[in-house]
Design a protein around this ligand. Structure first.
Ligand SMILES: Nc1ncnc2c1ncn2[C@@H]1O[C@H](COP(=O)(O)OP(=O)(O)OP(=O)(O)O)[C@@H](O)[C@H]1O
Length: 274
């Protein structure tokens, strides 16, 4: 087996090559995620309690325990669901009036991945290109680049439903990147991904953020968040409980996280101990 650990230069070169041709107008405004007092309830359960969050270019990691509401917030920001109150703007636009424009500016890796299950990896990518306004040949070039870059070559012609979990996630990530959006919403991009591909993805996201992409991602892998995020937001009981820059905070991400969520002190049941 050959290791596929890349070097920083090859990632930078790749990003330039892959993304040079699709040019959405560049301004700070169309790169901002703006969530104002968003509330979300499911039946009698309040999941989000008036979330205020403005995210600018860089990598912002959204943390919180299982069930804290991270995926729910990403669904609101992706326009997949509407808040019960409050509002969401991507690049200064709201989904109700500007859904199509927003989607051309936005790449989403949703919790459920959103794959066409009967299509192969390459067919999934070819299917979404035109939705983002890419020509067939642009889509084919970019799809081939992404498949190589994300180590999907072996599964290229495998139906999504028969791909491993990691391959499925990388395919969905490739679909989110295909049009080089200015804003990326990524639900757990590193979970279930092998270490080599995770390294590739971390380098790519860092490169994209340096060139002005706004990335909001969720993760439970605190060591990765510590490494790549320039902002960390922690959700707790439906509210933003912490919002900090890990590079200028003395306490590490893990320390801040456990100070909010509580450090676990598990009592292993007797019957499992022996
Ligand atoms: N469609 C739905 N109907 C009812 N309840 C829902 C729905 N979607 C989410 N929930 C509830 O909202 C809460 C938050 O779920 P969410 O998936 O946003 O959490 P999360 O922080 O992403 O969790 P995880 O880390 O496990 O992915 C949970 O209690 C969940 O059961």
């Amino acid at each position: 087996m050959q290791a596929i650990l890349p070097d920083v230069d090859s990632v930078a070169e790749y990003s330039e090559k892959l993304f040079a041709r699709v040019c959405l107008p560049v301004s700070r405004e169309n790169r901002v995620i703006d969530c104002r007092a968003a509330t979300k309830n499911y039946a009698s359960k309040t999941v989000l309690r008036g979330i205020h969050l403005v995210v600018e270019p860089g990598i912002c990691a959204l943390l919180g325990a299982n069930g804290a509401g991270k995926s729910t917030l990403l669904r609101l920001l992706s326009g997949l669901e509407e808040p019960d109150s409050g509002s969401v703007f991507i690049g200064g636009l709201g989904f109700r009036d500007h859904g199509v424009s927003i989607r051309r500016n936005l790449g989403v890796l949703p919790e459920g991945l959103g794959l066409f299950e009967s299509l192969t990896v390459i067919e999934n990518l070819m299917a979404v290109g035109p939705i983002y306004g890419l020509t067939k040949s642009e889509t084919a070039t970019r799809a081939a680049d992404l498949i190589g870059f994300l180590d999907l070559t072996q599964g290229r012609n495998t139906a999504a439903r028969n791909c491993s979990f990691g391959m499925r996630k990388k395919t969905a990530l490739a679909m989110a990147l295909l049009h080089k959006p200015n804003v990326l919403l990524l639900d757990e991009p590193f979970e279930g991904i092998d270490p080599a591909s995770s390294t590739v993805i971390q380098m790519l996201l860092s490169q994209l953020s340096r060139s002005g992409t706004t990335i909001l991602l969720t993760s439970h892998i605190l060591s990765t968040v510590q490494k790549i995020a320039n902002r960390v937001v922690i959700l707790y009981e439906g509210r933003v409980e912490a919002d900090f820059d890990p590079s200028t905070t003395e306490a590490g991400v893990e320390e801040v996280y456990f100070s909010i969520a509580g450090r676990p002190q598990p009592e292993v049941p007797d019957w499992l101990r022996s």
